[in-house]
Design a protein around this ligand. Structure first.
Ligand code: HEM
Length: 419
């Protein structure tokens, strides 16, 4: 882990005894109390703490829900209603878990956009970034399987549509795709067997995520945090100890985010969901518009933008997997987009593209909606595969400050000239 002089001093004979045998308190102190944190971090750097908070909340509320939930096609829907109506505070636990999934993704999207804007994926943070992409994929798998559990109409038909995507492999090796789908289903259709295995995996994956998050934070503490200037910490004045400075800022950011979260939990818990999921799953009646949860909509739009089923599936998966290669696709020697006026325009165009794809993913796959989805899908890939490498080489960029301290002190005229 990042080497710095630890200020940890055992204060009693007992803590000294522990320190000589298992220096865990020393490690925690070194990594989470006096760890050098860039002094200029803005509120976007509180999203990592937010994500950790939501991971814990999802696991804790999920375990309580699992005590009352019944993973069978016959009872699942009613067991969720039972939780909401009969179990003490079941409505609250369920609302926190369902709305929590949305806010977890919201925090993840801000976290990823922050990384993209400030070039946090660039050397030496490539592994940290790739671990992030792995976490994101695991989050998507977990959320997808979790959404099947209430066994409403959208649960059932989302599982049917998405698992059926694998049948597109039939176009390459006839019969193989169908066999994969049947293997996933555990039968010839989505059924209670599918629900039961999704439940098992939905319970397991958050713990896998927690393990990868451990690696993610380990990798972060080896190389240290990036910051809005993209410059490395060069002198002690560039950094502050993590506690109390960064921790207090994290706690304030968390409080504000949780207030908004609480508003949804208490006043509009179903706003982010789909009304059809309050109709019990019925394999004989297909809803007119099958839409996933909001956080999957951009990928759903990409899938439907391409007329060929197999190519659509490939485009959808590669839109996420391409993120792994961003550290090498971006050829710029400047980390932070703050100092890249040309790339900044493309960056915001990319964000607009993802939001537009999200909007189009919720619309019917016809007419003008599909045409626009094609335009934005094209830009999504163009941005990652062409704009990132080419603008990186061609752009000169604005002059960088000499250090983080210089950038901070220059900003406010009221700030003291020396420190
Ligand atoms: C459960 C999900 C996640 C958790 C709990 C988590 C946790 C954290 C924490 C605590 C930090 C340090 C604080 C901060 O910089 O905000 C961090 C930094 C970082 N994370 Fe994540 N993360 C998650 C998902 C992701 C994803 C999906 C990505 C990208 C695809 C990602 C990429 C990064 C990067 C690049 C940094 C370094 C930022 C910098 O120093 O500028 N993380 N993460």
């Amino acid at each position: 882990m990042a080497s710095h002089e630890s200020s940890y001093r055992p204060t009693s004979r007992f803590t000294k005894w522990i320190d000589d045998r298992l220096p865990l308190p020393r490690m925690m102190h070194g990594q989470f109390v006096d760890f050098p944190t860039p002094r200029n971090l803005n509120y976007l750097w509180t999203t990592g703490g937010l994500l950790t908070f939501f991971l814990v909340i999802q696991i804790v509320t999920g375990i309580v829900l699992a005590m009352h939930y019944v993973p069978s096609a016959h009872d699942a829907f009613n067991s969720v209603e039972h939780i909401r109506r009969d179990v003490n505070y079941g409505w609250l636990i369920r609302n926190i878990h369902a709305v929590g999934a949305s806010f977890f993704f919201l925090a993840a999207y801000i976290h990823i956009a922050r990384g993209l804007y400030y070039g946090s994926y660039k050397a030496p943070r490539e592994i940290l970034w790739i671990l992030g992409v792995v976490i994101f994929l695991l989050m998507m798998a977990t959320a997808f399987m979790g959404y099947s559990l209430p066994w409403g109409q959208m649960s059932f038909w989302a599982v049917t549509v998405i698992t059926n995507l694998f049948s597109s492999v039939d176009a390459v090796i006839p019969g193989l795709g169908t066999r994969i789908v049947e293997w996933l289903w555990g039968g010839y259709a989505v059924s209670g067997t599918t629900l039961n295995r999704f439940y098992a995996l939905h319970y397991l994956l958050p713990f896998v995520i927690a393990g990868v998050v451990g690696l993610h934070i380990w990798a972060l503490h080896v190389v240290g945090q990036n910051n809005p200037t993209g410059l490395d910490i060069k002198s002690p004045s560039d950094a502050v100890p993590m506690a109390p400075f960064a921790i207090m800022k994290d706690l304030f950011g968390l409080s504000v985010f949780v207030l908004v979260f609480a508003w949804f939990v208490f006043f509009m818990p179903d706003y982010l969901g789909h009304a059809d999921n309050y109709i019990e799953a019925n394999p004989l009646s297909t809803p007119p518009h099958i839409v996933p949860e909001w956080y999957f909509l951009p990928y759903y739009a990409i899938l439907r933008a391409i007329p060929d089923k197999l190519l659509g599936v490939i485009a959808m998966f590669s839109s996420i997997l391409l993120l792994i290669f961003v550290p090498w696709l971006d050829t710029s020697r400047i980390r932070s987009t703050k100092y890249r006026p040309v790339y900044k325009i493309f960056f915001w165009l990319f964000i607009f593209t993802v939001v537009a794809l999200g909007y189009l993913g919720a619309k019917p796959a016809e007419g003008v909606y599909v045409q626009w989805a094609r335009v934005f899908t094209a830009y999504y890939f163009l941005h990652l595969l062409v704009v990132l490498p080419i603008v990186g080489v061609m752009e000169t960029g604005r002059p960088l400050p000499n250090s983080i301290t210089e950038a901070v002190l220059k900003k406010g005229s009221a700030a003291p000239k020396t420190r």
